[in-house]
Design a protein around this ligand. Structure first.
Ligand code: FAD
Ligand code: UDP
Length: 366
């Protein structure tokens, strides 16, 4: 008999397990992949940590979360400064004075702001209703056309007019020469990779990998007082209200006999035709000097049941369906739902950790 049966060893499950174990509770973690860590898992090759499920850069403004993770692992001083490649033209990201200077030859913030205001006015958007309108009203039509439209439509498999505006608000727009992709106070990559963090969180806790809870639920019934479920919420309920949509990904990794292939960790391919969105040269996350390099191309893909669900698609249809599942979840006795898939939220790592820490506080208070 355990206090908690935790389904999924991603950040939500691992943080919850760690905090509860520290509080004297017994936990059993079930994980259907053959390793722990969920999407932050890294594979080491020739001294390079390969982010197996896509590039992960830790960034947060939540001091509690930063202090929490720093108990387990030290972070390096990596700052994410991706480069956008539009048909061979290179632009700095996020959208800042370097981007504007390259795009229009402007020199001052006032010139850049005037150019954007002019394009916004020509487009005639007053209240942005979707991602396209939001993007044009934030940075004008030229940047929307070259750096956003193609990338976004590949990434989400939908037109920008069918996507919610909040997705593009993730990216800063700045009138300074600052290529830092994030506005957060704290940022870095764990020294030794993300597995160091996950292994420290799960130290001494019983974990069974290769077990899909939804396939073997009866076996585990009655084994714990409370279940903590971090998988897809619609799958938990056997899709009885219909399927939520997710966006899938496919990764292709190459080993190259080169010291430095692309000069940056993350290069975004923003045209519609190139079939991948990002090319990741992993060694640059850790300033690696190895004689070889590993480069992963990230291809967006339609999601199908049985495949990893990477991104929730938070449009109106799915949000409505999610709310119906959330109502069922609220009725479920002794089950806690948490994390990116169970809450169907576009969470970053720090959001997930904050959410798990809050859940622990809530449970302890009860
Ligand atoms: P997950 O990591 O998905 O973990 C859930 C775990 O549950 C998985 O291991 C899964 O196998 C397991 N599971 C599911 N169902 C079952 C079942 N039935 N039985 C047993 N086990 C089950 N965030 C950032 O902050 N910075 C970034 O740069 C960043 N980059 C990202 C890039 C990509 C391509 C993606 C997809 C996400 C990125 N994120 C980033 C977000 C980050 O990955 C998530 O916020 C975080 O990892 C989510 O943790 P989680 O525990 O909620 O989910
Ligand atoms: N985006 C874009 N061009 C870029 C980078 C991002 O249009 O070069 C858009 C795209 O819609 C993407 C969103 O901005 O889904 C959020 O980007 P972010 O880098 O935060 O995506 P994630 O790392 O979560 O995949």
């Amino acid at each position: 008999m355990y206090d908690y049966l935790i389904i999924g060893s991603g950040l939500f499950g691992s943080v919850f397990a760690h905090k509860m174990t520290k509080a004297g509770k017994s936990c059993l973690v079930l994980e259907r992949r053959d390793h722990v860590g969920g999407n932050v898992y890294c594979e080491e090759k020739e001294g390079i940590h390969i982010h197996k499920y896509g590039a992960h850069i830790f960034h947060t403004s939540i001091k509690e979360v930063w202090d929490y993770v720093n108990q387990f692992v030290e972070f390096n001083n990596y700052v994410n400064s991706p480069v956008a490649n539009y048909k061979g033209e290179l632009y700095n990201l996020p959208f800042n004075m370097n981007t504007f200077a390259k795009m229009w030859g402007v020199v001052t913030p006032a010139e850049a702001a005037a150019k954007i205001a002019q394009q916004r006015q020509e487009a005639g958007i007053t209240e942005p209703k979707n991602l396209e309108e939001q993007a044009i009203s934030l940075i004008g039509t030229d940047i929307y056309t070259k750096l956003i439209k193609g990338y976004t439509e590949k990434q989400w498999g939908r037109s920008c007019t069918e996507l919610p505006a909040f997705i593009i608000k993730r990216l800063p727009v700045r009138y300074t020469f600052d290529n830092n992709y994030f506005n957060d106070r704290y940022q870095g990559i764990p020294i030794g990779g993300y597995n160091v963090l996950i292994d420290a969180l799960l130290k001494g806790i019983e974990v069974r990998t290769g077990v899909d809870y939804n396939q073997v639920r009866q076996e585990y019934e009655g084994l714990a007082k409370t279940v903590v479920y971090t998988g897809p919420i619609d799958e938990y309920f056997d899709y009885k209200l219909g399927r939520l949509e997710y966006r899938g990904l496919r990764f292709e990794t190459e080993r190259l006999e080169e010291v430095n292939h692309q000069g940056v960790a993350v290069m975004n391919y923003t045209d519609r035709k190139t079939p991948y969105t990002r090319s990741i040269e992993h060694k640059h996350f850790e300033f690696g000097a190895q004689p070889v390099t590993y480069v992963t191309k990230e291809y967006p893909a339609d999601w199908q049941p049985g495949k990893e669900a990477y991104y929730p698609v938070n449009n109106e249809r799915n949000q409505k369906l999610y709310c119906q599942y959330a109502a069922l979840a609220a009725e479920e006795k002794n089950v806690i739902f948490g994390g990116r898939l169970a809450e169907y939220k576009y969470y970053d790592m720090d959001d997930v950790i904050a959410s798990a820490l809050d859940m622990v506080k809530k449970v302890m208070a009860e």
